[in-house]
Design a protein around this ligand. Structure first.
Ligand code: NAP
Length: 358
């Protein structure tokens, strides 16, 4: 029988690229996807005629539960902070006769917890590094009776870290239903580069930064922005999800799942200051910014016009991908983050109705 795959978020940047890749590679698989927007449902109907559309949203817990029960593999791309949806998916999988797999998407803000609690560190480099091989238990171990509120400094992520509540619900899934629920959490860093989904998609951090910078008419740094994040191209990260889906379908290997099933999805690292300086140069050349160099602003000033922005562009988040590279042969090769800024600035300028210098 053909494997049954259920996807949430397949009209978005990452999930949309995955949908293109998985339908091309496995045209015989039974693929279904949750879609809330009728216009996007039409796009999927037209371009992916073999895909079954499940009309609804993450708020429809009963629907998510039923679809997750029926699927061999569920990929949850839609919203890494939607706890009831993750719980409904786990509940559904736990009711299966056979084991089912949840490949859940988290986000690398989770490992920036140390900076999140110390605003004076914004823009500075923070040396803390995670990895998903020998360090995997720091990511998958949860609070216990002996240690109900981990601090992060004790090698367990704090309960209050970004996305952690949902990650813990996913991890609880295999702990409570080991014979039925198998999990992998994929943790994307800064995702850049176009998706192959045939509708409009955009990423998060760089577009949000551009939106603020273009409205100000000036690029800016905080503490020089020596802080670093990992990066990955959209069309590289979707390959990792395809490899994981194939591994789930063929029940291999055990080191990919559950306590070991945390996968940083990075293809290198970058310094935010380099991105900001390139935005300044390009934005100036395009007639969108007043200076080819960023201005240095105090943290408190940025906080006034961009609440939450410091986390977006001024934290450090470094989590090395070893597991998928070693066990699945995942090989993210694209290294085009600075080059892709040219395209992304044009897109954001168009959204804001700004005209480019000819
Ligand atoms: N992009 C990044 O740099 C990055 C980095 C780290 C983590 N992540 C996480 O990875 C996941 C995917 O990211 P992305 O960049 O692909 O996001 P995206 O482009 O915004 O796509 C989100 C997808 O989820 C769907 N969705 C959202 N809320 C929904 C709801 N309530 N009901 C049904 N569908 C819903 C959207 O549907 P519509 O098309 O109808 O909006 C869309 O298909 C997210 O959880 C994101 O936080 C992303």
């Amino acid at each position: 029988m053909a494997p049954k795959i259920f996807i949430t978020g397949a009209t978005g940047l990452i999930g949309g690229d995955y949908l293109v890749g998985i339908t091309q590679k496995h045209p015989d698989w039974e693929i279904s996807t949750l879609i809330r927007d009728p216009t996007k449902a039409k796009i999927v109907e037209e371009h992916f005629p073999s895909v079954r559309i499940v009309h609804g949203s993450l708020a429809n817990s009963g629907l998510l539960e039923r679809e997750s029960k029926a699927a061999d593999v569920v990929l949850n791309f839609a919203n890494c902070d939607h706890l009831p949806a993750a719980e409904a998916i786990v509940r559904g999988i736990s009711q299966r006769d056979e084991i089912g797999t949840l490949i859940h998407t988290s986000g690398a803000k989770i490992i920036a917890w140390e900076m999140e609690s110390q605003p004076s560190t914004w823009g500075k480099f923070m040396p803390r590094r995670y990895n998903d091989m020998e360090g995997v238990e720091e990511l998958t171990r949860g609070p216990s009776e002996a240690n109900p509120n981990p601090t992060g400094f004790d090698n367990i992520l704090p309960n209050w870290a970004a996305h952690r509540d949902v990650d813990l619900a996913v991890l609880d899934g295999f702990r409570k239903h080991r014979s039925k629920v198998r999990t992998a959490i994929v943790c994307p860093p800064t995702v850049y580069g176009p998706s192959r989904f045939p509708g409009f998609t955009t990423s998060i951090q760089i577009p949000r930064l551009l939106n603020v910078v273009l409205q100000l008419g000036q690029a800016f740094t905080i503490n020089g922005n020596e802080n670093k994040w990992n990066k990955v191209h959209t069309q590289d990260i979707s390959v990792l999800y395809i490899l994981l889906t194939e591994a789930a379908v063929s029940n291999q290997p055990v080191e990919l799942w559950n306590e070991k099933g945390y996968h940083f999805a990075e293809g290198g690292e970058f310094i935010w200051g380099d991105v900001i300086r390139r935005i300044a140069e390009l934005g100036y050349q395009k007639g969108l910014l007043s200076s080819p160099e960023p201005v240095e602003l105090p943290n408190a000033t940025v906080h006034q016009f961009w609440r939450g922005g410091q986390m977006n562009m001024s934290s450090t988040s470094l989590g090395e991908s070893q597991r998928a590279k070693q066990l699945l042969g995942w090989n993210p090769t694209r290294d085009e983050l600075l080059e892709d800024l040219d395209r992304t600035i044009d897109v954001e300028a168009e959204i804001l109705g700004l005209s480019l210098k000819k």
